[in-house]
Design a protein. Structure first.
Lengths: 279, 471
């Protein structure tokens, strides 16, 4: 990546089932930067990640998202992937009968050759295998893993590792890590984080770490920290914000932004994705 | 090995269209349309058959005419028996070696993509062009062990006692209207005899193809597996597409004797105008194992329920069935297991996919006779519906006359998941590619049971169906 890309989110408003969750979010990420987006349950963190990736249930009601000036919101999810956006899912979906290797070969082929027509050659098996083996070794994954059906019967840790394996293979310009630390023990958080750092270092990936807790941020060190609350970014700063949250929790945010706090309570009640997260 | 296979399948990109036909095929004989005693007698005469086979046919005709068309299953109301040609012979004689096979027919094989290199790995290639097998070979060492693999017409001439003993013994003429029809006008099909204790280590393969408008194909296959013997018989089927109605009605009878094993694998991809009404049944004796692996694509209507009758203690039956119903298609498929002896066990796994208004029905029978104590059966049927206009139904019939049994039955119907599509698309797969991958994953547990080249073909066919380029 010789050219540095910019992902620009401006005044983004997103509704789910007619209910507005994001109420004007502004965030700009350059390649090579690490941003953390923090906030309590129900603040709209996952909504932002799904909206950026183009989930059909997340309706953009205002604002814009561009990647190097190109309108990301006009693209289908696969086009967004090809444009260089990657989402590491909080809850990756199982695809029974489809092996990790087979899936990943399709994905890598498409993302690396964005102009490929359907039915055209996949990337050569030999090269693909070699590369995947290396990445799996780096992530401390057993080679047998490639033969398993995607996310089917995976433990929480295996799912997250599989997401990072995909990140490593797809080498996006921007990666959104949605609660990648949730459900992981401390060793797993470390391994996964090291994986992210290695990939980001190699490919100058712009990273947006979405998290409820500060734990993962001791491994993936953000330069910029944003606090999402009640559907808006209410506080921005550097790593010192993480420390403040660690000391004081989110109560000072709630006290400082009472209107947003009310909305946040409503959202938490309404958003099924927020239920039980981080428990 | 499933991964390797998938990866190879994923790498396949070549054109695969079976919608071609040989415009200049030199048909040596065509019967007129419609069915009568004269037509049946003519078929028998053309084939120089012994009197007993002629009688068998006439009895078949008689029964066919008496029996009503089934009112259950699929819609057969548009099937016009008078508009079907019941017999056709592509060449006057059978090729003795590959060199004798007419170039035109070789050309067809080339289009079907049976690679030269693969042939030597096959125990024999019995290819049915129109109604008769035109090329046949069997590996020499197998022939020396007494293995017989010929087309059934040849078997009537060369092994009349075996044919006479077994034909109609598993599926009687009067079993159903279409079995009766087949008995009257059958032509071609495979005859396989595996002597006691002989284990055939590579699949025996036959390839069928319908290549004439209004041509019925009524092959008759008979497989006899003697005590302790083993065989895997594989049959593939592709057909070009035509606009008028056509009928395929085969009968497959299998006997697996004590301790024997037989697996019968078939993938059928009929043209979308074909009624595919097939009767397949196997009898498994003591400690024998019978496995049906059955893939149904294409056709206008398929009604096919491979059956295993477990008549000896400890016999086992297994039926794996895949059906894909696209636009204008009804796949009424499933399986039947009959436990008629103690400690028998069976398993039916059925996977169906419906798309573009297609309809897939699972129809199954599980029967446990009084006295079949300690028997076990497990039935799993999963349906995947790809869009709101398509349909899936399940008709499981269960008759249990014995208390000491263990029965499991699970059925699931799922729609292709929005979350699955989104997940795959977020990794750069187009919606169509993502759907295809989800579907191939859905049937993967069955596809991995297929021999390599059939698994590859199955996946190619599924890909084509998903792209909508077939019919």
């Amino acid at each position: 990546m010789s050219m540095s890309k910019v992902l620009r989110i401006e005044n983004l408003r997103v509704a789910v089932e007619g209910k507005e969750i994001l109420r004007g979010v502004d965030l700009t990420i350059k390649q090579g930067e690490v941003h953390a987006l923090m906030g309590p349950n129900g603040s709209g963190k996952s909504t932002l990640s799904y909206a950026l990736m183009g989930h059909p249930n997340y309706e953009v009601t205002g604002g814009s998202v561009t990647i190097d000036g190109e309108d990301l919101l006009a693209m289908e999810p696969d086009e967004r992937a090809k444009a260089g956006v990657f989402l590491a899912f909080q809850y990756p979906t199982a695809i029974p009968g489809v092996t990790v290797a087979n899936f990943l070969r399709h994905a890598v082929t498409n993302v690396r050759n964005p102009d490929r027509k359907e039915g055209q050659d996949l990337i050569p098996m030999r090269d693909f295998r070699k590369e995947m083996r290396q990445e799996m070794d780096d992530l401390g994954m057993d080679q047998e893993f490639a033969r398993r059906y995607l996310n089917e019967g995976f433990s929480g840790g295996e799912k997250k590792r599989a997401e990072i394996l995909q990140l490593a293979m797809l080498r996006p310009a921007f990666a959104i890590l949605d609660e990648t630390d949730s459900g992981l023990d401390i060793d797993a958080v470390r391994i996964v984080s090291e994986g992210v750092n290695r990939v980001a270092g190699k490919h100058s990936t712009g990273i947006l770490v979405i998290t409820h807790y500060e734990r993962i941020l001791t491994y993936i060190k953000p330069q910029f920290v944003h606090i999402l609350f009640g559907g808006q970014i209410v506080e921005e700063g550097g790593p010192e914000l993480v420390q403040q949250l660690e000391r004081e929790g989110y109560d000072w945010i709630r006290a400082k932004y009472p209107d947003a706090a009310r909305r946040e309570e409503e959202l938490e009640a309404a958003d099924p994705r927020a239920q039980g997260v981080g428990a | 090995m499933a991964t390797d296979l998938n990866q190879q399948v994923a790498g396949i990109k070549e054109e695969y269209k079976y919608g071609f036909r040989d415009s200049d095929a030199n048909y040596a004989f065509k019967s007129g349309k419609g069915l009568s005693k004269a037509v049946v007698e003519q078929i028998s005469e053309m084939k120089n058959e012994p009197a007993w086979m002629r009688e068998f046919r006439l009895k078949g005709l008689d029964t066919f005419l008496k029996k009503p068309t089934p009112a259950w299953g699929g819609d057969l109301s548009e099937l016009n028996y008078d508009d079907i040609r019941y017999f056709m012979k592509a060449t006057d004689r059978q090729g003795r070696s590959w060199d004798d096979v007419p170039a035109e027919i070789k050309n067809t094989f080339d289009k079907l993509g049976i690679p030269e290199a693969e042939r030597k790995f096959l125990a024999g290639v019995g290819a049915q062009y129109e109604s008769e097998v035109v090329y046949h070979s069997l590996r020499e060492d197998l022939a020396q062990k007494g293995v017989i693999f010929v087309d059934t017409d040849t078997a009537v001439r060369e092994h009349p006692d075996l044919v006479r003993e077994y034909i109609g013994s598993i599926i009687p003429i009067a079993d159903n209207k279409f079995a009766a029809l087949n008995s009257a006008v059958w032509s071609g099909g495979s005859f396989v005899y595996i002597p006691a204790g002989v284990k055939v280590d590579i699949p025996l393969q036959a390839y069928f193809r319908i290549n004439a408008e209004n041509m019925g194909q009524f092959e008759r296959t008979l497989i006899i597996v003697e005590e302790g013997a083993q065989v895997h018989y594989v049959e593939g089927c592709t057909a070009p597409m035509y606009s008028s109605e056509s009928l395929h009605s085969a009968v497959v009878e299998i006997v697996v004797k004590k301790g024997g094993r037989c697996r019968y694998t078939t993938i059928q991809n009929w043209a979308n105008n074909i009624y595919n009404l097939v009767t397949k049944r196997a009898v498994a004796h003591e400690d024998a194992l019978m496995e049906w692996v059955d893939g149904n694509l294409g056709s206008k209507l398929t009604m096919k329920y491979p059956a295993v009758y477990m008549v000896g203690k400890g016999a086992r039956g297994e039926i794996l069935s895949i059906a894909f119903a696209g636009a204008g298609q009804h796949q009424d498929a499933g399986g039947k297991v009959v436990h008629a002896a103690p400690y028998t066990s069976s398993r039916i796994i059925s996977k169906s996919i419906s798309k573009n208004g297609g309809r897939a029905s699972y129809r199954g029978l599980l029967k446990v006779a009084d006295g079949a104590k300690g028997s076990k059966s497990n039935v799993v049927c999963d349906a995947l519906i790809l869009d709101p206009i398509s349909r899936s139904d399940t008709y499981p019939y269960i008759e249990i006359d014995e208390d000491d049994v263990k029965i499991g039955h699970e059925a699931s119907v799922s729609k292709i998941g929005e979350e699955q599509l989104f997940y795959l698309m977020s990794r750069g797969l187009s919606e169509a590619e993502a759907s295809t991958l989800i579907v191939s994953g859905f049937i993967e547990p069955l596809v991995k049971e297929l021999p390599m080249e059939y698994a590859v073909e199955m996946n190619k066919l599924i890909q084509l169906q998903m792209e909508g380029s077939v019919g």
